[in-house]
Design a protein around this ligand. Structure first.
Ligand SMILES: Cc1cc2nc3c(=O)[nH]c(=O)nc-3n(C[C@H](O)[C@H](O)[C@H](O)COP(=O)(O)OP(=O)(O)OC[C@H]3O[C@@H](n4cnc5c(N)ncnc54)[C@H](O)[C@@H]3O)c2cc1C
Length: 479
């Protein structure tokens, strides 16, 4: 068995970014992926000739890590901006625009018209009074998003703006989500600047773009699947190898050879293969990482935080409804969690938001539109039954557009489930990651280390979203 420089377990975007960075440095790399395609939660499908994303549909442009990567990959001419900036928050009996000058719903200008329309006068006034709240209030290390927002901006901002946006973007309950895990610098900047208004304004200034959905985004044409495809091409062009359909089932560390022995089941031929690696990277979810390391590196495995995943079910509908070309709900909506009439948590009007999807839909049939609804588990933890689709999605889309279900004409539809991608970072998550980083440093780095070189990446460590995993993974891979 030859020793490979770097073996990466998991061919999602995190694993591919790591592998590409090392391949560019001249290392021999191998990516081992369980499914039959790379990309993980970044892939696409084609309905009625229209290519649309099955998972991530865009990337945040704020801090520029993803933009830098797509340019390095030669995808600069594929980058597209949303056609419209507006989005809405919809409840049973009201719909309001998501305020423009805000971060995850925390307004920089609380008395602006769009904030007053969302919160009412008293809610807006309470939000304005945030500047009078002492800088130290609700800015500790373990504070949750909900504790921070409630204490500083008041209940209306939490319930009407932040909760629908956090549910829509992170599939998470702000009551359980650590603030530091989603906005690492916010609490510290509030302490330094004196209040959250100044900190939010600073974030918006740094982004240079003010959007209604919490973060300014771009996408790739024809779909985000161009990203993993380009990463894979680059890895292979630099001599790397990618094995799909090859789940890793076991690991052991060989101390005499200072190498990892990786066992994988090649499903196609039903045989087991072994690979020997000087450096091992696990880029799967935390459960698989913990399981694989439990025998050979139990001290590291025990430090991997739980970060449970929220399952997401996506329903894509292709609709022959030319009246939707008027974009009645802008880019789409986030649903008020108190809504009893709409079961979806969010809906993207994909052909309104992205001009290239509109063109593909028009080419498929004039007046055709594409919407994508997302569903989280209900209180008992289960996703709506697949038997209820497409009717449930048609009902929800109609309610969101202010139409009757019978008004919508469905040309095609598809369901996609993501059960292990959207990670929840509860209080204590950041501190747990710091302890893990220290253990990796002392136990797997350098000639005297107890274990061969090991690195861990993925959304559970880097943070949800392509911008976060790109920034984190490129940084650790370049060390
Ligand atoms: C529905 C949805 C919408 C999203 N929308 C956006 C968005 O618009 N913008 C944005 O920035 N982010 C979005 N995200 C988040 C973003 O997609 C993820 O943060 C990112 O794709 C995570 O990449 P990853 O490589 O860390 O993990 P994954 O994509 O989960 O990749 C992990 C890979 O490991 C493989 N694997 C697991 N076990 C094994 C094993 N034993 N052996 C080999 N391989 C294994 C899996 O098959 C998978 O391919 C969205 C996520 C979801 C689910």
């Amino acid at each position: 068995m030859r020793t490979i420089d770097t073996v990466v377990i998991g061919g999602g975007v995190s694993g591919l970014i790591y592998a590409r960075e090392r391949a560019l440095k001249g290392e021999q790399v191998l990516v081992v992926e369980a499914k039959d395609n790379v990309g993980g939660a970044v892939w696409s499908h084609t309905l009625e000739g229209i290519e649309t994303n099955t998972g991530a549909e865009a990337f945040a442009i704020g801090r520029g890590a993803m933009l830098g990567l797509v340019n390095d990959l030669g995808l600069g001419d594929r980058v597209v901006a949303p056609a419209t900036g507006s989005s809405f928050i919809v409840g049973d009996d009201r719909a309001y625009a998501s305020p423009r000058n805000a971060v995850f719903g925390m307004p920089a200008k609380p008395l602006a018209k769009d904030v007053r329309e969302a919160l009412g006068f008293w809610g807006a006034l309470r939000a304005w009074r945030e500047r009078l709240v002492p800088a130290k209030r609700a800015t500790g290390d373990d504070v949750t998003v909900a504790e921070f927002v409630r204490a500083r901006y008041g209940k209306a901002v939490l319930e009407r703006l932040v909760t629908p946006i956090i549910r829509g973007v992170h599939s998470a309950d702000p009551e359980k989500l650590e603030l530091r895990a989603v906005m690492p610098r916010l609490a510290r900047r509030v302490q330094e600047l004196g209040n959250a208004h100044k900190a939010i304004d600073e974030i918006l200034d740094q982004r240079g773009v003010r959007s209604s959905s919490g973060s300014a985004v771009h996408s790739l044409e024809p779909s985000m699947a161009e990203l993993p495809k380009a990463l894979a091409r680059d890895i292979e062009a630099h001599g790397g190898h990618i094995f799909t359909h090859t789940p890793v089932t076991g690991l052991r560390a060989s101390s005499e050879e200072r190498a990892w022995i990786v066992t994988a089941a090649t499903q196609a031929t039903a045989v087991t293969r072994e690979f020997k690696a000087r450096s091992l990277v696990i880029a799967t979810g935390p459960e698989v990482a913990r399981h694989l390391l439990s025998a050979s590196a139990p001290a590291i495995a025990d430090l991997i935080p739980v970060a449970p995943a929220t399952p997401v079910r996506l329903a894509t509908l292709v609709l022959d409804n030319p009246e939707l070309n008027a974009k009645p709900r802008g880019n789409g909506v986030l649903v008020d969690p108190a809504s009893t009439a709409i079961r979806a948590k969010a809906m993207t009007h994909a052909s309104a938001k992205w001009e290239h999807i509109h063109r593909a839909a028009e080419a498929s049939k004039p007046g055709r539109n594409v919407v994508r609804l997302s569903y989280n588990p209900d209180a008992d933890g289960s996703l709506p039954d697949t038997e209820r689709f497409p009717e449930l999605a048609i009902h929800d889309a109609a309610a969101i557009f202010g139409l009757q279900a019978s008004d919508l004409s469905v040309a095609d539809w598809a369901l996609t489930d993501w059960t292990g991608t959207m990670r929840q970072s509860g209080p204590g998550h950041t501190a747990a990651l710091e302890a893990l980083a220290e253990a990796l440093e002392t136990q797997t780095r350098g000639a005297d280390a107890a274990l061969p070189h090991l690195e861990l990446t993925g959304a559970w460590r880097a943070g949800n979203g392509l911008e976060a995993i790109t920034r984190f993974t490129r940084e650790i891979a370049s060390r």
